[in-house]
Design a protein around this ligand. Structure first.
Ligand code: PSU
Ligand code: MN
Length: 315
């Protein structure tokens, strides 16, 4: 019989044994979110940034049907460069394993796997969310519903402005996902510092975020994630005018080419990277590296208390 269980990279096994802080990292940004060949370089830089900030990186993904927490460099290279790497959300994981697929995990899948591996902190670029015109298309990322039932801190730069930011915040509220700004009360719009909406809570240090995890674990009441929104400094954002123009074009192309479903997010990101001649890519990379650094500092501040499993509300 084949064992379809989670496999741990050697560096992550060691970290778990020695009770060292671990930060989960997703692989869809590598395979589908960033253009070749920058994606491989960036994937390595993200891991190095986690190490430089006192934690062990665990990039998550699937190779030949095996689910890995802590891909090694060869495996990361494979997901970055191979053709036909699938984009895996939670619902795809078992099917892809049975099919022995190569796959990259989204925010949804990565959070769920990380929580199953008792990793409490996860760094990414931007969350998926409610797409514009979702009232017609029903296109809402599974990132949102998964975070509602997954005890993890997701460090991100909010949701991409390609989405309906206000509707996404409403859904996060309905779903019981906590949202806090890191040193801000404004929710960021990924490429741009200010996504146009206030948030209720502000947290000011890695220790304060680690205290939220401890409080949630001690209380045993809430079952969902904390989205920690970490905006770019204003002088590092994508020029808002360039942003608005590129977005309008991208949305038009989307409609013209009839692109739907899970192809939408990679398509729009690709459009940004091509038509801003690398400016959006540089911004995207900055975002991810800043989030990786902060996530590592949070994990290091709360190292003795990994999120326990199964603390959903008793029936
Ligand atoms: N944000 C980015 N780059 C990405 C993604 C988000 O800046 O590549 C990926 C994440 O993996 C996220 C996914 O989970 O896009 C959302 O896809 P969808 O909208 O199809 O759920
Ligand atoms: Mn979608």
């Amino acid at each position: 019989m084949t064992d379809f269980g989670i496999r741990y990279g050697d560096h992550v096994s060691r970290a778990r044994r020695d009770d060292r802080p671990v930060v989960a990292l997703e692989s869809t940004i590598i395979s589908h979110g960033l253009p070749h060949p920058d994606n491989l370089r960036v994937a390595r830089e993200i891991e190095q940034t986690v190490r430089d900030n006192g934690a062990v990186p665990a990039t998550i993904g699937m190779i030949g049907g095996e689910l890995f927490v802590g891909l090694d460099d060869d495996q990361i290279q494979h997901l970055a460069l191979a053709d036909g790497v699938a984009k895996l959300s939670v619902r795809d994981l078992a099917v892809a394993a049975a099919k022995k697929a190569d796959g990259a995990t989204t925010v949804a899948a990565t959070s769920a796997i990380a929580a199953a591996a008792e990793i409490g902190v996860f760094a990414t670029g931007g969350l998926g969310g409610v797409h514009r015109e979702a009232n017609v298309t029903f296109d809402e990322s599974a990132d949102l519903t998964t975070l509602a039932r997954t005890p993890i801190v997701v460090v991100c730069a909010g949701v991409k402005s390609i989405l309906d930011v206000g509707a996404t915040l409403e859904r996060l509220e309905t779903l019981g996902v906590a949202v806090a700004g890191y040193r801000t009360r404004r929710f960021p719009g990924f490429f741009i510092t200010d996504g146009g909406f206030d948030i209720d809570w502000q947290l000011d240090s890695p220790q304060q975020v680690a205290d939220v995890i401890s409080a949630r674990n001690d209380q045993g009441v809430g079952a969902g994630a904390l989205v920690l929104a970490n905006p770019l400094p204003v002088d590092e954002q994508l020029d808002p005018e360039l942003h608005d123009r590129t977005l309008a074009e991208g949305l038009e192309l989307l409609a013209r080419d009839g692109i739907t479903g899970k192809a939408v997010t990679p398509f729009l990101l690709g459009h940004f990277h091509e038509s801003t001649e690398g400016q959006s890519l540089a911004v995207n990379v900055r975002i991810i590296l800043r989030n990786a650094a902060l996530a590592a500092q949070i994990a290091a501040a709360g190292t003795s208390a990994p999120a326990p499993l199964g603390f959903s509300v008793p029936a």
